[in-house]
Design a binder for this molecule. Structure first.
Ligand code: KG4
Ligand code: ZN
Length: 335
């Protein structure tokens, strides 16, 4: 039978992305236009600037993706688009582009949850084996998601305040590093030698929730207290100690949840999955056990992209999920 081709569109934050995925598993095109340079001087993503860039980029990125896949819109089986969560103005550009294509070419529309997309990035690498556990860590999310089958998502733990990536970006700002700070802290952390005591937020016994704002405040206080005493703290020691605290909690809770839920596979997802320390700690925790398979996507599939949206969209399309032309952006969408 004919190959299934899903067009994916992602504009929830600061990347304008369009991709085409064949049979749910194979990337035929994956184009990402990053806006990081435009947001850098503000130290974070400015929603209004993000929306305007998406408007300017979306048709260019779409055409590039079709060219890459050597496909025409007529060949596409369905349009998958990120419906939420994210910045409402940013999401609207993708949703409206998807609706315009769906209407003009009489194609089905498939709304996709951004986090489902991050998780399904893993299906572009390997077969998903259920039940599984996904650790989603990005600038906007920190979640442990249990899946017993395709399309079933149970959030068993989530952050109560800052997302892990957000904490990285805020700590980086205190250390005078450019946005986004995650990769800079990651690099610096490997040069640290002395341990600076910082808290770990385990929360209540048995909880899979996270909290990073106390850690972030502890880092800021450590810097300010040292300044007041006329001392300086080596930034590499602070970066290493901060990263150690984040990773210890993420990995410990993931290991515990994987055992309690008896999963056979653990998937890593989201921009913070690029973190070298986190990847290594997870490999150390799961790599030696034969019973749980650890999957870590390449960096290009960890950060926001549309191939992950098309991959999730492929499964949702087969499950009969459809969006109407009244589909709206949903900035606070629950998974
Ligand atoms: O998934 P993503 O591209 O966008 C969101 O949906 O948020 O994640 C971006 C986040 C930023 O906070 C960035 O600092 C963080 O991922 N990040 C990292 C690393 N690379 C990116 N955090 C820690 N270590 C890294 N190597
Ligand atoms: Zn994301």
């Amino acid at each position: 039978s004919k190959d299934q081709l899903i067009l994916g569109i992602e504009t929830s934050c600061d990347e304008t992305a369009v991709a085409i995925v064949r049979n749910g598993r194979e990337i035929a095109a994956n184009v990402v236009a990053s806006q990081i340079e435009s947001h850098k001087r503000f130290g974070g993503v400015v929603p209004e600037i993000a929306s305007r860039h998406h408007v300017e980029e979306i048709t260019i990125v779409l055409e590039e993706a079709l060219k890459q896949a050597d496909a025409a819109l007529e060949d596409i089986d369905a349009i998958a688009v990120t419906e939420g969560p994210g910045l409402v103005g940013a999401l609207l550009i993708g949703v409206n582009a998807a609706k315009a294509i769906a209407f003009a070419h009489q194609k089905p529309l498939v709304p996709v949850h951004h986090i489902a997309g991050h998780i399904y990035a893993n299906r572009l690498l390997t077969e998903m084996k259920f039940p599984l556990l996904a650790l989603v860590v990005s600038g906007g999310h920190t979640e442990l998601v249990y899946m017993k089958e395709h399309g079933h998502f149970e959030v068993i733990g989530e952050t109560r305040d800052d997302a892990a990536g957000e904490a990285y970006d805020k700590v980086a700002r205190v250390l005078d590093m450019p946005y986004p700070g995650g990769p800079h802290i990651d690099r610096l952390a490997h040069e640290g030698t002395a341990v600076i005591p910082l808290p770990r937020a385990w929360l209540e016994e048995g909880s899979y929730d996270f909290s990073f704002s106390g850690l972030k405040s502890a880092v800021i206080n450590t810097v300010h207290n040292a300044e007041q005493r006329g001392e300086t703290i080596a930034p590499e020691d602070l970066a290493a100690s901060f990263q150690e605290s984040v990773i210890e909690v993420l990995v410990e809770k993931t290991v515990r949840a994987a055992a309690e839920y008896r999963v056979g596979q653990v998937l890593l997802a989201g921009g913070v999955a690029a973190n070298k320390g986190l990847r290594k700690a997870l490999e150390d925790a799961f790599g030696t056990r034969g019973d749980i398979e650890l999957v870590i996507p390449p960096l290009s599939l960890c950060t926001d992209n549309a191939a992950m949206i098309a991959a999730a969209g492929s499964v949702m399309f087969e499950k009969g999920v459809r969006g109407s032309l009244a589909l709206n952006a949903n900035p606070g969408l629950d998974i």
